[in-house]
Design a protein. Structure first.
Length: 251
């Protein structure tokens, strides 16, 4: 256990509140303290974060990315750390970035197969492109599902030898480091591009603030409009219903 600050990553749901019945709202620049009576313990008690963004994504309950500083008592494990204090240094909605990153990872996996002499099934590339089109609102959810079903059929029909599977496992381990570097590069780039004004803040995202904004999609002025952050674009304000339509999930 150490007391030297640890900088890492943590993801929140759209509510921007702590989970596991804690429900305290996370605010940029505010340090939250562990309030339990028992000592901190990884995966059980305390405030968590991961040094690597890719590890943090594994535990993400939602798309709000936080660059955080752990403080106080800290216990670090293989892919996460737990502490008595955590400060969100900056926060952004990384929904589009995470979807695009997942497409990038999948695309690179297919290209690696091609380099190894196995030509990927075209349906796999089509599914990735369908995911991108759906995120941009160019195809329906039914069309996306059809593309992914075809990709799964392609995957199930592929047969690999044990030696090839072992080689892929080794390559996967090496690839994770490169994937983490790419993800962190994109997250830092998102923060630099959007800057302070476009950060997800409670003043913008909290419906209780009673601040009305006009939704960029439906054009209605509502008090539940959030900053929708698109990779490479400026912040786009969307209300909760329009945000749900775009992401295909409940906001």
């Amino acid at each position: 256990m150490n007391r030297k600050p640890l900088y890492g990553w943590h993801f929140l749901s759209d509510t921007m509140c702590l989970g596991y019945n804690d429900n305290r709202r996370v605010r940029r620049g505010v340090t939250l303290a562990y309030t339990g009576t028992e000592g901190i313990r990884p995966c059980e008690r305390g405030l968590h974060a991961s040094r690597r963004a890719l590890d943090a994504v594994h535990y993400a309950p939602g798309p709000i990315v936080c660059r955080v500083r752990l403080s106080g008592q800290i216990i670090e494990g293989a892919d996460k750390a737990v502490a008595t204090g955590r400060t969100a240094l900056w926060m952004h909605d990384a929904t589009d970035l995470l979807f695009e990153f997942s497409c990038w990872v999948a695309e690179n996996a297919l290209l690696n197969e091609r380099r190894r002499g196995h030509e990927p099934d075209p349906r796999s590339f089509a599914a990735i492109e369908a995911r991108r089109k759906f995120q941009r609102g160019k195809i329906t959810k039914a069309e996306l599902s059809a593309a992914w079903s075809a990709a799964w059929s392609a995957a199930e029909s592929a047969a690999w030898s044990a030696a090839e599977s072992a080689a892929r496992s080794a390559a996967w381990s090496a690839a994770r480091s490169a994937q983490n570097d790419e993800l962190e590069h994109r997250l830092f780039a998102l923060h630099r591009a959007l800057g302070h004004e476009a950060q997800v803040t409670n003043e913008v995202s909290n419906p209780l603030a009673k601040e009305t904004r006009k939704c960029a999609d439906c054009g209605k002025a509502r008090d539940d409009v959030r900053l929708r952050l698109n990779l490479g674009d400026k912040a786009r304000p969307l209300c909760v219903p329009c945000l749900s339509k775009r992401t295909g999930r409940k906001a």
